[in-house]
Design a protein around this ligand. Structure first.
Ligand SMILES: CSC[C@H]1O[C@H](OP(=O)(O)O)[C@H](O)[C@@H]1O
Length: 324
């Protein structure tokens, strides 16, 4: 599989995640407009991948000239919750004074460091799972997609599955379909199938029942922004999973690079939660799923309080539990 996002011939090249699982294709993004559109459509998505997209987007703007900082802000604002997007933009702007080639070099360096950090974070998290869950082999539950397609390569929460699968320690993965955009059934299931990992797709609403039926040993989640107190913003539905896991005394492990920690967000209350269009809920490929003009509540993320999380694991290991 190619890198989820890359730089080639003066352009950003992505695996088009809107086309999956039906078609594996790559798209070339030559302008900031094309990149912002791809981010907003989730053709490129996932916190680490968005960090790279932010940096490489600034490279596109730098080569195009004009109002580079204005274009950079457009990129950073394309999706407000994943801190890595703005962080990648900010890092790239720091190189602007050295010219477009220096911005590209920074972006390429981020591409190279992504897999190393995510392999390390998910490796530490795999050890946490093994220490926390006595049963072998393991039955894991995944929400949304935090795999190769959410990063430049490897992945975060799903990277734990790769590590454990290499050691024949995974019995199966329950994959939340993750409405409304189905990152689980479309992307995580596609990744697991490619890797030969046994899995079953389930409705998001089946997750708590699966735990009640004793089908889950550990819940794995990625993150889009981690507040200083350890609260975690992640795909909508994560908070409910954490509540159910706590009730059933099932470990709930969050995996993310340190770059997803936002110390400027004191608590989860400080994290902006992206709300997305009604159409994502009220129609599917043009077919109505709700009455015309139905009012909706469509937050793309929620916030899980630190107290419901067994461990937040980064490339540096288990983050210290926040002081109460
Ligand atoms: C490894 S970060 C993945 C993270 O990003 C996803 O959000 P989206 O699909 O909207 O980009 C989801 O929250 C995942 O946990």
């Amino acid at each position: 599989m190619h890198r989820t996002i890359d730089w080639a011939d003066g352009a950003v090249v992505i695996i088009d995640q809107v086309a999956l699982p039906g078609e594996y294709r790559r798209s070339t993004l030559r302008t900031v407009d094309e990149l912002v559109d791809a981010i907003r459509r989730l053709a490129v998505r996932g916190a680490p991948a968005l960090g790279a997209a932010g940096a490489l987007g600034v490279a596109l703007a730098a080569f195009a000239g004009g109002d580079v900082r204005g274009e950079a802000e457009r990129i950073a604002a394309a999706r407000p919750t994943a801190v890595n997007l703005r962080w990648g933009v900010t890092r790239a702007l720091g190189k602007l004074g050295d010219g477009p080639a220096a911005v590209v070099a920074l972006g390429r360096a981020m591409l190279d460091e992504d897999e190393r950090k995510n392999r390390a974070a998910s490796g530490h998290a795999a050890e946490v799972v093994l220490r926390s869950c006595p049963r072998r082999p393991l039955r894991l539950l995944s929400h949304c997609n935090a795999g190769h397609l959410a990063a430049v390569a490897w992945g975060t929460a799903l990277g734990v599955v790769w590590h454990l699968h290499e050691r024949d320690l995974v019995e199966s993965v329950l994959v939340d379909e993750t409405r409304p955009l189905l990152q689980g059934s479309r992307l995580t299931a596609w990744e697991l199938a490619r890797a030969g990992v046994p899995y079953r797709v389930q409705p998001d609403s089946a997750a708590a029942f699966a735990m009640a039926r004793g089908l889950v040993d550990c819940v794995l989640a990625g993150a889009d922004r981690i507040a200083a107190n350890g609260d975690v913003a992640n795909k909508i539905g994560t908070y409910g999973l954490a509540l159910a896991a706590a009730h059933h005394r099932i470990p709930f492990v969050v995996v993310a690079p340190e770059s997803t920690v936002d110390d400027f967000a004191t608590t989860g209350a400080d994290i902006v939660i992206e709300e997305r269009s009604a159409a994502e809920l009220t129609e599917l490929h043009g077919h109505p799923l709700a009455p015309a003009n139905a009012p909706v509540f469509n937050p793309a993320f929620d916030v899980t309080p630190a107290g419901l999380i067994t461990a937040v694991v980064t490339e540096n290991g288990v983050r210290p539990a926040p002081s109460p």
